[in-house]
Ligand binder design. Structure first.
Ligand SMILES: *Cc1c(COP(=O)(O)O)cnc(C)c1O
Length: 392
């Protein structure tokens, strides 16, 4: 009989009842060190006192009114995002998928309004992930996302990452935009080189097309900058964010320049919940805490510590691990053993990691993790690796 929850997830046999900082507790009060951070969502850990307090306060005031009316918390969040990024304007959503859908709609509308309605095609990349809507599985294109769900949405070209000449060759009179994750997440933590990002920006400028970034996983302080794009010094025309911005409350946004957003006038796009007072109260607080030089500096220091410790771990378990890569506290450890086995051995050692493409385990811990917790996580991963070796 089909379970009452549609069985689309291969869930681990773990059930958590409480979270605190970098820790998750089950009903037997076993304490797991959460190096997955809810897939890069819990940037301030679990039950951060300031997030709890802002949400509790908002819950006593007002939950929902709809976008028929002004929403001061939405305005406050948008103001913060505009202040701290390239963006002139923001559409607030409930998820990453919706943010990316808005990005694509906006890019097409831009060209339509500028007298180029034939410019509808989006150049995207193999190994990317942009969400699970029909549009966004069509955008990513991988068979594991699309199989059985056709017909897919037309208008996406898929290229291998790495060679700017391929991108240049793929651009034609129908191209609307290039869409890319500065650090591929689901694909196995693949940071794109700065010169590649700069090259994409230049190709967009030279050809009058828009650059769309997906910073849903790599943004919100994860790499030690508020957004990963800052490492290459470029700015996009449109960018989708989600995950970390809500710190665990469902929230996302589509950020854009005034020019790119010029076609999105009243009535062209909308969302019932998007920009809801509860979500935006939390989002503004997350921005206030994360978007400071002190906080981001700490992320880089902790990231340096974690990477140094992980290098030692990888070197001492050559039958389990191959190498490590990433940016800031967004790290992929490529495994020799099946990554699922490593993740499962981590459960036994009470440390949580997330599998990713290319046989990688992903480490996406709360950005508030302490140095001691990092050492403890590496000790637990060492225990997990030793257990795998014993079973080989
Ligand atoms: C998670 C993710 C998405 C989809 O976000 P949802 O909130 O699950 O809809 C899109 N792009 C990237 C890069 C992601 O990591």
């Amino acid at each position: 009989m089909i379970p009452s929850v549609l069985p689309t997830y291969a869930r681990a046999p773990l059930t958590f009842v409480k979270g605190e900082g970098s820790w998750l507790m089950d009903a037997d009060n076993r304490r797991y060190l959460d190096m997955g951070g809810g897939i890069a969502v819990n940037v301030l850990g679990h039950a951060h006192p300031e997030l709890v307090s802002v949400l509790q306060h908002q819950a006593t005031q007002l939950w929902h009114t709809s976008n028929l009316y002004n929403i001061p918390n939405q305005q406050a969040l948008a103001d913060r995002l505009v202040e701290h990024t390239f963006a002139d304007t923001v559409f607030v959503t409930n998820s990453g998928t919706e943010s990316m859908e808005c990005c694509v709609k906006m890019a097409r509308k831009y060209h339509y309004e500028n007298g180029n309605p034939e410019r509808t095609n989006i150049i995207a990349f193999e190994g990317s992930f942009h969400g699970r809507s029909l549009g966004m599985i069509s955008a990513a294109g991988a068979e594991k996302l699309t199989k059985g769900f056709g017909p897919l949405l037309p208008g996406f070209t898929h290229l291998k990452l790495g060679d700017l000449a391929d991108v240049e060759a793929a651009i034609d009179g129908t191209t609307a935009a290039i869409m890319v994750e500065p650090v591929q997440g689901e694909g196995g933590i693949i940071p794109l080189p700065d010169d590649y990002m700069q090259g994409l920006r230049k190709l967009c400028d030279d050809n009058g097309i828009l650059l769309i970034l997906d910073e849903i996983q790599c943004g919100m302080g994860r790499t030690g900058k508020l957004f990963a794009l800052e490492w290459s010094g470029i700015t996009p025309d449109i960018m989708g964010i989600a995950k970390g911005i809500g710190g665990g409350f469902p929230l996302g946004a589509c950020l854009a320049t005034e020019k790119a957003a010029s076609g999105m006038i009243a009535g062209t796009h909308g969302s019932t919940y998007g920009g809801n007072p509860l979500a935006c109260a939390v989002g503004s607080k997350v921005m206030d805490i994360v978007a400071t030089p002190e906080f981001l500096g700490e992320v880089s220091v902790k990231a340096g510590h974690l990477r140094q410790r992980l290098e030692g771990l990888v070197a001492s378990h050559p039958d389990v691990f191959i190498s490590m890569r990433g940016s800031g506290l967004m790290i992929g450890v490529e495994c020799k053993a099946p990554n699922i086995d490593v993740v499962k051995a981590g459960y036994d050692a009470e440390v949580l990691t997330v599998p990713g493409g290319a046989n990688v385990i992903r480490l996406l811990p709360p950005l508030t993790i302490s140095t001691q917790e990092i050492d403890e996580a590496v000790a637990r991963l060492d225990k997990a690796a030793t257990a795998i070796e014993a079973s080989l």
